[in-house]
Write a protein that binds this ligand. Structure first.
Ligand SMILES: [Mg+2]
Length: 184
């Protein structure tokens, strides 16, 4: 059965460990390793009926190389990729495109979460749009301290291992008609 909660998720330093990326001279990612636990949690979300969209900045070829190679591409029901859409997060088109591909409208925003490691892109983008923001704060390469209200995440994911557990917790609340925005 399909779950209520819709999961939008970033790639670099949220699922994929950017320090392992191997790029060609054009900057296209040829291969990259996932964070420990990320694959299991992504598959578990998919297998348990969550709708998942990849909302990520980069080129389509890079993401195809990563997710076709590691066999996880089937986990994504939709993709919003900046290289295809011409703008990067926090541009609304990135989120709207994923919503449109999944047949979602503004009335579904209360049940969409965006998970990402970048305050200025993932968290600001989600907050401006009124969807639920979750900061994946385990990458050592990014500043995790919000400098204003727009950068304040609703929730924190401090390990890819806890992704499924956090989403299940939020699913319970949403299906119980509780608002999960503005938690922190
Ligand atoms: Mg990222």
């Amino acid at each position: 059965m399909k779950k209520e909660l819709i999961v939008f998720i970033d790639s670099g330093d949220t699922i994929v460990d950017e320090s392992t990326e191997i790029k060609n001279v054009m900057g296209t990612v040829l291969k990259a390793k996932l964070f420990p636990g990320a694959e299991e949690n992504l598959v578990k979300l998919h297998d348990n009926g969550y709708t998942i969209a990849l909302v990520a900045d980069g080129t389509k070829t890079s993401f195809d190389n990563i997710y076709l190679e590691n066999g996880l591409d089937y986990c994504f029901d939709a993709k919003a990729i900046s290289g295809e859409l011409g703008q990067e997060k926090p541009a609304p088109i990135m989120f709207h495109h994923a919503m449109k591909e999944l047949g979602l409208t503004d009335s579904d925003k209360h049940r969409i979460v965006m998970i990402g490691n970048n305050l200025k892109r993932d968290i600001v983008g989600a907050n401006r749009l009124g969807i639920i923001s979750i900061l994946a704060n385990y990458s050592p390469r990014y500043d995790m301290n919000p400098i204003n209200q727009e950068e304040m995440p609703d929730y924190i994911l401090d390990s890819p291992d806890k992704l499924f557990e956090l989403i299940e917790e939020l699913e319970l609340k949403v299906s119980d008609r509780k608002s999960i925005k503005n938690n922190l």
